[in-house]
Design a protein. Structure first.
Ligand code: FE2
Ligand code: FE2
Length: 348
């Protein structure tokens, strides 16, 4: 059985090039943002902390005006991480290291890059919708989402460039990433619903894959793309974990509802439905990944074995997120999806 090891040398090299996730441990110390209003009466676009004026038009009409609907611990610290680790697809990727590749490898890399171009759009489009629905009194949440949108636009851009850089081009789009059937990120109307689907499930799976990017990269440019995107995705996933952690403590009456969102996310993750997980079963992207991981079209069986190990790693990291957010009771009380539980046991 193929395994997904920790690739120490790869990460040593990444650290030398500035890859750093040490800030994650700093988020363990909770700063709950006590100076933020529990309920915001601000419907006028007044910036947080400024002096209100009477008789101003209520043009904001914000949907989200309660702290416990949107807040998360440590967002100020997280935002600092966002803005100090921005990069450019034009100047920070060693594009010159890309050499002609065998047709099957190039096609697979381009199919994967097409998927990421598409899915990164969803990951910026949907948080963008929530920005204008949130009271300006919850500025830290808005800033974190704005920074995420900036990251995702860079991801969209870098994967598009990769698809176009070596003779392959953009390939088929995945049919269902932005579908409107139950449980999709795209049809979430509520902030916690959106965050648990996008940050916890969808981006969590993508983060695991980006972290293992060395396994599907064929040159330093691709390694750098996956590594830099992994660092960014870790921040997006952190928004969701920090939000759920806050909800667990301050809105326990919503725990059952949140568990329902997680039920839906797990069903999609275990079945591959919805197509958000590029490593999910029977996807265009999982076929492409099998080619890349195995080393060619004639080695897809080996690639599929590695892919199975990657799915196990995705589940293991998802369970870690549940634990960190305080929703790991579902792992022990029989609620968690049985397919995922089996993958977790196999990964342990
Ligand atoms: Fe992204
Ligand atoms: Fe993301």
């Amino acid at each position: 059985m193929a395994t997904v090891d920790n690739r120490t040398a790869y990460w040593e090299q990444a650290r030398e090039q500035g890859f750093d996730l040490s800030w994650l441990s700093q988020l363990e110390e909770h700063v709950a943002g006590q100076d933020v209003e529990e309920v915001s009466a601000n419907n006028t676009g007044r910036v947080q902390g400024s002096i209100p004026r009477n008789d101003v038009a209520q043009f904001g009409a914000y949907t989200f005006r309660t702290k416990s609907e949107v807040w998360a611990y440590n967002l100020t610290k997280l935002y600092e991480e966002f803005i100090t680790r921005q990069w450019s697809s034009a100047t920070d990727i060693p594009w010159e290291t890309i050499q002609p590749l065998p047709d099957d490898i190039e096609a697979a890399q381009c199919q994967l890059a097409t998927f990421f171009t598409q899915v990164e759009f969803v990951a910026s489009d949907v948080p963008g919708r929530f920005l204008s629905t949130m009271s300006p009194d919850y500025q830290e949440v808005r800033l974190a989402l704005l920074a995420q949108v900036m990251d995702e636009s860079r991801h969209l851009d870098v994967f598009r460039k990769r698809a176009l850089s070596n003779g392959g081009g953009l390939m088929r789009m995945t049919d269902s990433v932005s579908d409107v059937v139950g449980g999709s990120t795209d049809n979430a109307r509520e902030f916690t619903e959106f965050s648990s689907r996008l940050h916890i499930t969808g981006e969590g799976n993508v983060l695991t894959l980006f972290r293992l990017g060395e396994m599907m990269a064929y040159n330093e440019a691709e390694k750098t793309i996956y590594r830099r995107c992994a660092q960014d995705e870790a921040r997006h996933v952190a928004i969701g974990v920090l939000h759920l952690r806050y909800m667990n403590e301050f809105a326990p009456e919503r725990r059952e509802e949140i568990h329902c969102y997680l039920d839906e996310g797990e069903t999609r993750q275990s079945s591959g439905a919805g197509g958000e997980n590029p490593a999910g079963r029977n996807q265009l992207t999982s076929e492409a990944l099998a080619v890349l991981l195995g080393g060619g079209k004639d080695k897809v069986d080996e690639g599929q074995k590695i892919l199975m190990a990657i799915r196990q790693r995705q589940t293991k990291e998802y369970f870690q997120r549940l634990k960190s957010a305080g929703f790991d009771d579902r792992i022990h009380n029989g609620r968690v999806n049985p397919v995922l539980l089996e993958q977790y046991k196999a990964a342990a």
